[in-house]
Design a protein around this ligand. Structure first.
Ligand code: NFS
Length: 680
């Protein structure tokens, strides 16, 4: 634990204010500093990223290396060129990201199968309407059949997508016609989810595929197996089993922890575990058990995408995003942090040794040395969830000093594509027409999907918030998932009233008319597929072109860190979107000591744009990200023949206008309201 002394103000360390814009995070970082406890922030300060590796210039695929390409014209021992090395590294990251999302989707499909066959404890099919609508897409008969019979068929179909060897995975059928045709021509329709991931690994084994463009073509196919495969399956099944999200009231930030209750934080990704912990926490027996331990009850909260899953379905508060997992433990108030898969820092265990917090791993795939392992099994899900909570309650007596920051904000999450469709027209006229019309008229300039992680290499939450603020002013509707959504939730953007005065006049009118926040929280990272569905439905509604690449929309992941983010970025590009990622480009040479190989970076931008209409770019500076976003939106508006965006054209209706009128002197107010000429 030598480096436990390395707090945030280390040699090159940033102050808490420089490390995060979130006051709750700042408070915890100051505490870590005081106590000499290391966090991801201080570790990032002490370890500069490897400039060779971060530019994709290091090849460690065989035992002749690792080879580092540090000069122009250099190759690896085998002769591999810079472009080959960079694209091989890139596709491996895409494969790992796609594998993570898709394995999550597979587990969801297995759970659906088990629920359909009565083999689980505590689960049920909550959303029969969604089951029917998904089954109908694939012509699974629904008439005169029980939900279980339909779910069994759907589960079989979905499970088969992973091991399928030939043909096309079925969720790709849901893309716009023109897009499917393009994918077919390019030969990138995934044949089977597992097959594409395996082939990505095979192709990048020593001595296989060494043509950068050919490698990238398969990167596209692998990523599509994620976005229009594993992730889409994950979202569908989560909705069927746990309910399709609709707006509700939630809270976010470390202030959701309670000093007089047993705090259990669920962290990770798969809703199978977290949903059952939610159910168990409401069990009278468990509540009594907590009271007997001297607590007022159980207070559940989430971190990362698990937080999003239970926030948007049950309104369970989010304690924070990725970089707040350690900070939650630093409060001293967490009895147990229950984790499943993905985005879980190994540092949690060492950190928790300074406190009473128990780290409980639950997935058969993920163990952390030093953590308590209580393996989750859907057959005994509720019993296991109760046992986990009992462990946490038993730990309440060991709690020491507590420092819960007094910061939290309310938000309205739960904007599934089904709900967006409904909210725009109600039950009888649900449609995307009003949204398309608002974009076509210029009330809404365009749409930005702001997604992805937080990363200690940049000021925590700062880019998410700065970009959102500016885009809203520019009348761009912002949709969000993942840790980015939590970043903005903490600042109050995801609640209508709090965010509305910071929104451009046209967008404001739309938000006021429909009664929505200017930033729509659409779920976890797996739910980025909801954004694909929304874009497809906007295309099908008409008026915004006949393919996704024609819609004035941009995707941004300004603080990304995970390989999953690269998989998401690639499938979004292949679906026609312009994607802007923050941070250094993992396929570009950097600086003067390292060759400036921009061939791959250029291909992912202009090359992919020529083929797919979407492109991938890495941009360091948030103002440049905003500029490119607006330029792209305006370019797409012009290509569709839509009126040029004009900030002064709208804003003379809705609440803003009412307030303006109310502030007028009586006679002018009458004139404005009744059309009478002001006297005199
Ligand atoms: Ni996405 Fe969710 Fe967060 Fe990043 Fe991790 S939680 S799947 S990878 S860090 S947004």
């Amino acid at each position: 634990m030598a480096d436990e002394k390395s707090a945030i103000k280390g040699k090159k360390g940033r102050t808490p204010e420089e490390a995060s814009i979130d006051p709750a995070a700042q408070q915890m970082l100051a505490l870590a500093d005081e106590r000499g406890i290391g966090t991801a922030f201080s570790r990032a300060d002490q370890m500069s990223p490897c400039t060779i590796g971060s530019a994709g210039l290091c090849c460690d695929l065989c035992g002749m290396g690792p080879c580092r390409i540090t000069k122009d014209g250099m190759t690896g021992v085998c002769g591999a060129t810079v472009d080959t090395i960079q694209t091989r590294n890139f596709i491996r990251a895409v494969a790992a990201g796609s594998a993570a999302h898709s394995d999550h989707g597979r587990d969801m499909a297995f759970t659906l199968k088990a629920v359909a066959n009565g083999e689980t404890e505590g689960y049920e099919i909550r959303d029969v309407a969604k089951l029917h609508s998904v089954a109908s897409i694939y012509d699974i008969p629904i008439e005169d059949r029980t939900p279980e019979e339909i779910a069994n068929d759907l589960a079989d179909l979905y499970i088969a997508q992973f091991g399928q060897q030939r043909g096309a995975i079925v969720p790709t059928e849901r893309a716009p016609e023109k897009r499917k045709k393009l994918w077919k021509e390019q030969g990138v329709i995934p044949r089977g989810i597992d097959r594409e991931v395996v082939e990505a690994l095979h192709r990048t084994h020593m001595g296989d595929d060494q043509d950068p463009i050919h490698i990238l073509q398969h990167a596209v196919r692998t990523s599509l197996a994620d976005g229009w495969g594993g992730s889409m399956i994950g979202t569908d099944v989560s909705d069927i089993l746990f309910g399709t999200p609709a707006p509700l009231l939630g809270e976010a930030n470390l202030g959701v922890l309670k000093d007089d209750m047993v705090n259990v934080v669920v962290h990770g990704h798969e809703p199978t575990l977290s949903q059952m912990v939610v159910a168990a926490s409401q069990d009278p027996e468990i509540i009594e058990y907590a009271k007997a331990a001297g607590a007022k009850g159980i207070n559940l909260s989430g971190i990362c995408c698990t937080a999003n899953e239970i926030l948007m379905r049950q309104g369970i508060p989010a304690a924070g995003n990725f970089l707040q997992q350690e900070l939650a433990i630093l409060t001293g108030a967490v009895e147990a942090m229950v984790v499943d898969v993905q985005c879980i820092m190994q540092a949690l265990v060492t950190l928790s040794e300074n406190f009473h917090t128990k780290i409980i791993t639950t997935s058969p795939k993920v163990k952390l040395k030093g953590a308590t392992h209580i393996e989750f099994d859907e057959k005994h899900a509720l019993t296991i969830a109760k046992n986990i909570l009992k462990e946490a309650i038993d730990n309440y007596a060991n709690r020491g000093e507590v420092n819960i920051p007094d910061y939290k904000n309310t938000l309205v999450p739960g904007f599934s594509h089904e709900y967006i469709n409904y909210m725009l027209g109600g039950s009888y006229r649900s449609s995307f027409r009003p949204l398309n019309d608002a974009i076509m008229s210029g009330r809404i300039r365009g749409v930005a999907a702001l997604v992805g992680c937080t990363n200690p290499r940049v000021q925590h939450d700062a880019y998410h918030v700065a970009i959102t603020e500016e885009l809203l002013k520019q009348d761009v509707l912002v949709v969000q998932t993942g840790c980015s959504a939590i970043a903005n939730a903490k600042l109050g953007f995801l609640l209508g009233d709090a965010g509305i005065d910071r929104v451009g006049p046209g967008l404001r009118e739309v938000c006021e008319t429909i009664g929505i926040p200017p930033v729509l929280h659409m779920g976890s990272c797996v739910d980025n597929t909801r954004i694909l569905t929304v874009l497809t439905q906007m295309v099908e509604e008409g008026g915004l072109g006949d393919d996704i690449d024609e819609v004035p929309a941009v995707g941004l992941a300004p603080e990304w860190m995970s390989e999953k983010a690269l998989a998401i970025a690639t499938y979004c590009v292949a679906s026609g979107a312009y994607v802007i990622m923050g941070g250094p480009n993992p396929v570009a040479g950097r600086g003067d000591k390292i060759p400036e190989s921009t061939q791959v970076a250029e291909y992912m931008s202009s090359g992919w744009e020529e083929i797919y209409g979407g492109k991938l770019e890495f941009v360091d500076d948030p103002s440049e990200m905003i500029k490119r976003t607006l330029d792209h939106i305006d370019k797409k508006r012009a290509a569709l023949g839509l009126p040029e965006y004009d900030a002064t054209k709208f804003g003379k209706s809705g609440d803003a206008r009412v307030q303006e009128i109310e502030a007028l002197p009586l006679e002018e107010r009458q004139a404005a309201l009744y059309g009478k000429r002001a006297a005199g």
